[in-house]
Design a protein around this ligand. Structure first.
Ligand code: SF4
Length: 379
C-alpha cells in the first residue's frame, strides 16, 4: 500500500538503525523530544527505542490535545452537558477524561445527560439542524490540524443562520507550547529536562508549514526535524537530528516533504484567521498558563460561541493525587515513574488524561507493554 508499507520496510529500518549506531557519538547522549503523541505511539508500536543505541533517548512531549486539556475545561463541559437544553457533541477521546472528583462526560451520559459522540464537525452541524429546539454545543479540541474544520463549521453555521449551534473552543497552538517548554526552568536553569532537538509535528505542520519552527531553532539553538508518523520517518528523522547535533547545526529540516511545505496550507490558515483570534493566555495541563497559546472565537461569531452564550466561567481543577500527567507532559517524568501506572490507572480505569487518549504517553506505554521487558530484565 503506497505511503504505508514503503515506510515500514524491515530491511530499510535495519539500515537506518545501523547508520544511527555508526553516527551516534558514544561520548555523548542525544535527548530528542517528540512533541507529538502520534510519534510517541509510533515509537512504542514499532519498538523504535529498541533499535536505538543506548545513548539515544526519546523524551515524550505535550503533543496530545486531550492530555493537555486542563481539568477545568472538562468541568466546564460537564456543566454545559448538565443543562437540559444542551446536546453536547464531542470526539470519543474526551468521553472518559477525568474531570474534578473523577467525574467524566461518560459518567454524566450514563445518568441521562445528552452527550453525543461525533466523528466530525459535519455530524455536529447535522445534529443542530435536526434539533432546532435544542442547543447543540460542539466541544472543539485539537492543535492546528483540526482548527480549520471548526472554522468551516462556524462559517457554515453563520451562513445557514443555525442559531442553536455553538462551539466550545479549546484549540491550542503548537509553537507557543514548544517555546514554553524551552523557556521552562526545568530546561533552561536546572537542566533536569535535557532536550537536544525536536521531532516536529507532522499533521500540524501540514497546516502551519515548517517556517514557524525556524525561530526556535535559531533562538534556542535546537535542531528541529519535521517527521512523518511511520516508523521509517521517525528513524530517518532521528538520524537527521543526530547529524545536526554532531555537526553543531540547529536548523529546521523537513523529513516529511510528501505532505509538509515551508509555508503550509495557506488557505486553511486564512480560514482560521477569519474566524479565530489569539487568547491572551490559556491553561495547559502540565505547562500552566501559556501566553498566546490558544484560540478563541472572534466577536463577529459571538452568537456561535458557547463561552459567551452560556457564560462559561474559568475553573481551576486539580489532578488526581499521585497522577504524574503534568510532569510527563513536560518531559520531566515517564509513565512508569507514576506510582498509579498499571495498578490503579489503566486504560479501562484511567486516572489521568495521558491514559485515556489514543495519543497519550501512558496509554502508549501500557498498550504496547514495552516497559514490561525492562521490568523483567530488572527482576
Ligand atoms: S499512569 Fe495514570 S495516574 Fe499515572 S500519570 Fe499516567 S494517567 Fe496519570
Amino acid at each position: 500500500m503506497k505511503f504505508v508499507e514503503e515506510f515500514r520496510q524491515r530491511d530499510v529500518a535495519q539500515k537506518l538503525a545501523a547508520a544511527i549506531a555508526t553516527e551516534a557519538d558514544t561520548g555523548r547522549d542525544y535527548r530528542l523530544m517528540e512533541f507529538c503523541g502520534g510519534h510517541t505511539h509510533a515509537i512504542f508500536r514499532y519498538g523504535i527505542q529498541d533499535l536505538m543505541p543506548s545513548n539515544v533517548h526519546f523524551v515524550h512531549g505535550p503533543g496530545c490535545p486531550v492530555c493537555v486539556l486542563p481539568i477545568g475545561r472538562i468541568d466546564n463541559a460537564i456543566e454545559l452537558a448538565r443543562d437540559e437544553r444542551v446536546i453536547l457533541t464531542i470526539y470519543g477521546d474526551l468521553l472518559r477524561v477525568p474531570g474534578s472528583r473523577q467525574n467524566s462526560l461518560l459518567k454524566l451520559k450514563a445518568t441521562g445527560a445528552d452527550v453525543r459522540m461525533v466523528y466530525s464537525t459535519t455530524d455536529a452541524l447535522r445534529i443542530a439542524r435536526e434539533n432546532p429546539d435544542r442547543e447543540v454545543v460542539f466541544f472543539a479540541i485539537g492543535f492546528e490540524t483540526t482548527t480549520p474544520a471548526t472554522a468551516v463549521a462556524l462559517l457554515t453555521a453563520e451562513r445557514e443562520q443555525l442559531s442553536n449551534f455553538t462551539v466550545f473552543c479549546n484549540h491550542v497552538l503548537t509553537p507557543a507550547a514548544i517555546q514554553n517548554i524551552l523557556q521552562s526552568p526545568e530546561v533552561r536553569d536546572i537542566g533536569s529536562v535535557a532536550i537536544d532537538g525536536f521531532f516536529g509535528p507532522s499533521h500540524v505542520s501540514s497546516v502551519i508549514g515548517s517556517r514557524p519552527y525556524e525561530f526556535f531553532a535559531e533562538e534556542y539553538q535546537k535542531p528541529v526535524v519535521i517527521a512523518g508518523f511511520e516508523p521509517l520517518d521517525v528513524m530517518q528523522s532521528a538520524l537527521m537530528l543526530i547529524r545536526q547535533l554532531n555537526e553543531g547545526r540547529h536548523e529546521v529540516e523537513n523529513e516529511y516533504p510528501r505532505v509538509v511545505t515551508r509555508d503550509g496550507n495557506v488557505k486553511a490558515q486564512r480560514l482560521v484567521a477569519d474566524v479565530f483570534e489569539l487568547r491572551r493566555e490559556f491553561e495547559w495541563r502540565g505547562l500552566g498558563l501559556v501566553p498566546y497559546s490558544a484560540l478563541r472565537v472572534k466577536s463577529r461569531f459571538a452568537d456561535f460561541d458557547a463561552e459567551r452564550r452560556f457564560d462559561v466561567p474559568t475553573i481551576r481543577g486539580t489532578d488526581v493525587k499521585g497522577c504524574e500527567c503534568p510532569s510527563i507532559l513536560r518531559g520531566a517524568a515517564r509513565p512508569t515513574d507514576c506510582k498509579l501506572f498499571g495498578k490503579v490507572c489503566t486504560p479501562e480505569n484511567p486516572m489521568g488524561s495521558c491514559m485515556v487518549s489514543s495519543e497519550g504517553a501512558c496509554a502508549a506505554y501500557w498498550s504496547y507493554g514495552r516497559f514490561r521487558k525492562a521490568e523483567e530484565a530488572a527482576a
